[in-house]
Design a protein around this ligand. Structure first.
Ligand SMILES: Cc1cc2nc3c(=O)[nH]c(=O)nc-3n(C[C@H](O)[C@H](O)[C@H](O)COP(=O)(O)OP(=O)(O)OC[C@H]3O[C@@H](n4cnc5c(N)ncnc54)[C@H](O)[C@@H]3O)c2cc1C
Length: 392
């Protein structure tokens, strides 16, 4: 529960971010995203514009060249991007992956990387956790990093490593102690900051995966890749804990994107329902059209409140696992329902790419699968919040 000292804004907070972010987004209309979508290309100009205006470094402390803003501010940036019809998936990882370096990296690593990430000189967009065989069962992952003098030798494979082809650095989770030699399966995993510029072609290969959305996602193969011991973040064997500590931030940020998508769908549905006349009157006059839109609005408002609560708890340094998971669950479902409602409102025109509804609809489906699938969120709430038996 939030105590009386913790403030949760219910207004349009961070107006100083919302307006300028919206203005940047106006320069990247639907036709920009449609063109990239068709060609499966990266939105370089969009990411550059966000970088130049320092939005991607907004969570990096000022001493390392960032804006030092709270998580809620980053939520507002991402929500605004999505409610404007754009997609932050090409660059949002920089906001939460750098947290692993910030919270658990050495002073030297922070000095070396954070200012360059803040300025855009270096991109830390890739996050290599998921593997093809073990999937959601992260602690069973099979990629190994074996110490050999001043280096680790990495072997294995990651899947769904998004943006790896557009990133200079990658956060990698690998097993450094065999699973049968640790007392808990979450032990013996370590985190590394891999320099992709040096690694590609020297034991690391990246293959794009064709997907139904333009997400730049890939498979990454490690074949005796040697990385320096100095690339390890924090202590050996504690990597799973370091990754977990960033996951709440990731869930809250992506929930904010889902809220933005829901707002986009609702706005577009209302506009169209007011304009489109069939049987001599606007379709929005029919309760069968307006009620689902009204319901989507109410459900989005409710989901947004839990997103705001989760961010407020996170920013206060309080435990927020329950709220971060609920936020991801409810926001992803609100976006999907709003998308479906918008789709139905547009009738056949929803299928025409030029309306952007089908693109946004495809894109927002991801929130129910990544960064964590809906069932796994429910297992967390059932076990850790409600005290039900562990189901997996
Ligand atoms: C476009 C895209 C981008 C991604 N980007 C990244 C990235 O950058 N980095 C990264 O590391 N990962 C990334 N992922 C991976 C994503 O986090 C996983 O796909 C997701 O966590 C689900 O894992 P899985 O696909 O292996 O599904 P599985 O683990 O195989 O699960 C399949 C289904 O079974 C359900 N299930 C499994 N176990 C249980 C259980 N015990 N109880 C109930 N239900 C269960 C799951 O909920 C899911 O619905 C991305 C995925 C996609 C599709």
């Amino acid at each position: 529960m939030i105590d009386s000292e913790l403030q949760v804004s219910i207004e349009n907070d961070y107006a100083f971010l919302r307006d300028p972010v919206r203005r940047i987004c106006e320069q990247f209309p639907g036709e920009y995203w449609r063109r990239l979508d068709a060609a499966a290309e990266y939105p370089t100009e969009f990411v550059q514009a966000l970088t130049e205006h320092e939005y991607l470094g907004c969570l990096i402390p000022e001493e390392y060249g960032g804006s030092g803003l709270p998580l809620r501010a980053a939520c507002v940036v991402l929500e605004t991007i999505h409610s404007s019809g754009c997609n932050a998936a090409a660059c949002h990882a920089q906001m939460y992956t750098m947290g692993t370096v910030l919270r658990h990296g050495s002073d030297e690593q922070k000095q070396q990387y954070l200012p360059k990430i803040a300025s855009g000189e270096l991109r830390l967009q890739a996050f290599g956790v998921t593997e093809p065989v073990t999937g959601s069962d992260t602690t069973q992952l099979r990629t190994t990093a074996v110490r050999d003098g001043d280096t680790y030798v990495v072997n294995g494979q990651k899947i769904w490593t998004s943006r790896a082809l557009h990133s200079d650095l990658m956060i990698l989770l690998a097993r450094t102690t065999p699973a049968d030699q640790v007392e808990k399966r979450s032990r013996g995993l370590s985190v590394f900051l891999v320099d992709l510029r040096e690694a590609r072609g020297n034991g690391l290969e990246i293959q794009p995966i064709d997907t139904m959305i333009n997400h730049g996602t890939t498979q990454v193969f490690f074949d005796n890749l040697r990385i320096p011991v100095s690339s390890r973040i924090g202590e050996e064997g504690h990597g799973f804990r370091y990754i977990l500590s960033g996951m709440n931030a990731e869930r809250i940020l992506l929930a904010s994107e889902a809220i933005g998508d829901a707002r986009y769908f609702i706005r577009r549905a209302v506009e169209y329902a007011n304009e489109r006349e069939v049987f001599g009157r606007p379709i929005g006059q029919n309760q069968g059209i307006q009620f689902p839109i009204a319901r989507a609005h109410a459900e989005t408002d409710a989901a947004e409140m839990i997103v705001r609560k989760a961010a407020a708890l996170y920013d206060a340094g309080r435990e927020c696992g329950a709220e971060a998971n609920s936020a991801k669950l409810l926001a992803s479902e609100a976006a999907w329902k709003a998308g479906d409602t918008c789709f139905q409102t547009f009738g056949g025109f929803a299928f025409a790419t030029e309306y952007d509804i089908e693109r946004k609809w495809r894109e927002c489906r991801l929130f129910q699968t990544a960064p964590i699938s809906t069932n796994l969120v429910l297992t967390y709430l059932a076990q850790h919040v409600l005290g039900l038996p562990r189901s997996y």
